[in-house]
Ligand binder design. Sequence first.
Ligand code: T4K
Length: 406
Amino acid sequence: MAALTSRSRPLMPTPTPFEKPIYVTRPFLPPLPEFCGALQEIWSNEWLTNNGPVLQRFQKELCHYFNTENLCLFNNGTLALQIALQGMQLSGEVITTPFTFVATTHALYWNKIRPVFVDIEPNHYTLDPAKVEAAITPWTTAILAVHVYGYPCKLQELADIARRRNLLLLYDAAHAFGVTVDGRSIGSYGDLSMFSFHATKLFHSIEGGMLMFSDPGQKKVFDYLKNFGFDGETEVVMPGTNAKMNEFQALMGSQILGHMEAIIARRKAIDSVYRARLKRIPGIHIPSLPPPNVEFNHSYFPVEITPKEFGMDRDQLYAALQRFNVFTRRYFYPLVTDFACYRSLSVKDPLLNARAAARGILTLPIYDSLTLEDSERICDIIELLSPVLQQSHSAQRDLQSVVAPV
Ligand code: T4K
């Protein structure tokens, strides 16, 4: 009989809609009294932005966390990446992924760099090194890969290509705070990494961004570029912009940093519930966890829906979950190449894996204040919505009505 159901619960109570909306994420907020108490420092300093003392302290804390001096803070991740490309004087073509948040591509465009889109590998949706190699032209200056959902890119393969072909290797690590590979922060791989500290991220400073880089000489350039190019009070050495992180952002980041270990542990527990429950549902594919040399951050929980096996397509499930007050997201759909502003670009690669991922992936709610009961209930709802399981349930009910004593 158990074989007929996904769990050994003969007749499931029908799950009901959540009373309040369950979003794909909610920001972690430090305890309010803790934060309010800490605000006193800003009031005492009467210093709100422009490289203030709280920002300087936060930067030191991050240097310690990432075990490097080579980092620079910004008011968001998008401007951090734009400034990185500008400061490294990149031009021509950069090989990149279409399966990302649109900011990755925008940063190239704002620097008048042509994005050359190649496909991703199907396991963790990161840039496929073989496709990168094939797309290199005399105009290629760099590779811009994305650790999407926090899954590390093929670090060794990409590094080999970059070294052999004399290209810079940049990572959009917006999703990868807290990820380590072989005991080293993921930000220490490649020439440079950008982290986003947006409110929707695992680690945040309300809005914010960070660059981590291998060449210490770059710090000065990035610091100029984020502050109008000022060198002292009376000299401007390059046409910079304004991309400074303010004191309130820095304070939020600083307050959250100390909670990171616990935050990741709680997400790991939610991830385990989803994995254990959803793997039994036909038509739901869960990407594998990264190998044991990776400390993962569980920043997202993507699942891939196969309509034929599941019995409905990803978009139908996305809409059906909303009726239960569960607001999942289709990160990243549409592909960047399908947005109106990039549609006219010629893309040689058919992007088969990226298209399949954009069509099939649903990112489920995962965040600090989501309880394990909430995640169980989301699984209950998905089971209820699964046409295949429903057929099994009704078959089971039929069977029970036959065998049940009168
Ligand atoms: N590269 C990559 C790979 C990225 O993913 C991103 C950003 C960037 C670069 C650029 O970094 P930043 O410049 O943003 O630092 C969100 C974020 O705005 C964006 O930062 C993020 N990627 C992207 C993946 O997701 P939306 O349009 O999905 O956000 P929104 O407002 O719909 O929020 C999602 C859900 O989060 C809401 O349904 C509810 C919840 N939420 C959101 C906010 C802002 C809250 O509960 N509280 C909140 O304060 O883009």
